[in-house]
Ligand binder design. Structure first.
Ligand code: UT7
Length: 325
């Protein structure tokens, strides 16, 4: 049976850069604190008029071009996102319309920072089962929508962006060779999007704060390190590989100290781990999509490389894939 593999990648990053120095003027923080505690130097922020689907469409077009796949031939579109334009139409349907993928099925996946790998694994199975010949999987986030720009605990951490890939059957031993999906809903309170209570219809005024992100950073930090190390090890074992066989590990980019701790726990040298958090911050599901794109672009992943993709995020939800490139 032939494997399902990634045949094209795309990405899009909004032009506007928000640096740590810009944030120093907005909240009680400093460039030194942000770099030493997170590794982030700047992040991209979409314009108010730029919607999540605008980012997704640009990433999708590049992935299709790189895969040399005509949009009319796309059979499935999955968008991983926690920051869609609206609840419906789904971002995947907005992408379908924009790229004229008339023959595609389309749906969104909500698995926070793990959404891209949840999407890739779902699409892989649907192709393997014979339901579809190919799939366009996109991770797109306009997470700035949920930012409370007066809360220094969260507003320094996140950024907007999108990444995409095209999956189809591939020849030889390359392709996605193992999958691991996991969730721990009982820890869901550690990171959530909350709004204050809405007043009932029979009351005189209706007040509702805008939805915004809250998180318990220290607890999440520990959970992130343990979950990502565990997910990576399980996926590597399922792929019947050893840690020493791994050429590149691409992790979710939430904090450079989390990534270093995962590297130490696994005993992997840091030069085998791809990091770009300094430029983009945490883009939720889009972080690993953009990191994978850049790791390939920079030659850190080449034909034949054994690659581990591993993520962790709100839910709590973790995931990993081993890919033979
Ligand atoms: O996407 C997946 C889910 N997200 C994660 O996995 C994130 C996991 N957590 C983290 O990355 C880290 O816990 C943070 C970066 C969020 C925070 O780093 P920390 O080293 O755990 O800091 P802390 O929350 O313990 O805060 C230390 C101090 C506090 O001051 P006091 O109470 O010690 O006086 C904070 O108020 O740093 C203060 N602080 C800040 N200071 C300057 C918090 N945010 C800032 C800030 N600038 N932006």
């Amino acid at each position: 049976m032939s494997n399902v593999g990634i045949i094209g990648l795309g990405h899009y990053l909004p032009e506007r850069r928000l640096t740590n120095f810009d944030l120093e003027k907005m909240v009680d923080t400093s460039n030194e604190w942000i770099i030493s505690r997170t590794g982030i130097r700047e992040r991209r922020i979409a314009e108010i008029t730029e919607r999540n689907s605008d980012l997704a469409i640009k990433a999708a077009r590049e992935a299709l071009k790189n895969a040399k796949l005509d949009p009319h031939k796309v059979e499935l579109i999955i968008v991983a996102t926690i920051s869609p334009d609206t609840s419906f139409p789904s971002v995947s349907c907005l992408v379908q319309k924009a790229i004229h993928a008339r023959h595609a099925a389309a749906f969104d996946i909500g698995a926070a920072c793990s959404g891209y790998l949840y999407g890739i694994t779902t699409a892989k199975q649907l192709i393997q089962n014979g339901l579809f010949k190919n799939a366009l999987v996109i991770a797109s986030e306009k997470i700035s929508t949920y930012m409370d720009w007066t809360d220094r605990n969260t507003c320094v951490l996140f950024g907007d962006g999108a990444g995409a890939c095209v999956l189809s059957k591939v020849r030889g031993n390359r392709g996605i060779i193992s999958d691991y999906l996991h969730a721990e809903g009982h820890f869901g309170g550690l990171m959530a999007i909350i709004s204050k209570e809405r007043k009932a219809l029979d009351q005189k005024t209706t007040t509702m704060d805008l939805p915004r992100i809250t998180m318990q950073g220290k607890e999440l930090f520990k959970a992130a390190v343990n979950s990502m190390a565990k997910a990576a090890l399980i996926a590597i074992k399922k792929a019947k590989l050893k840690l020493s066989d791994i050429d590149c590990l691409v992790p979710h980019q939430a904090n450079d100290r989390i990534i270093s701790a995962v590297a130490r726990k696994l005993g992997l040298p840091k030069d085998k781990i791809f990091v770009n958090i300094d430029q983009y911050g945490n883009m939720s599901s889009a972080s690993i999509a953009v990191a994978l794109y850049e790791a390939v672009e920079q030659g850190k992943i080449k034909r034949g490389s054994n690659v581990v993709l591993v993520t962790f995020g709100a839910g709590l939800v973790s995931a990993a894939n081993v890919v033979k490139w």
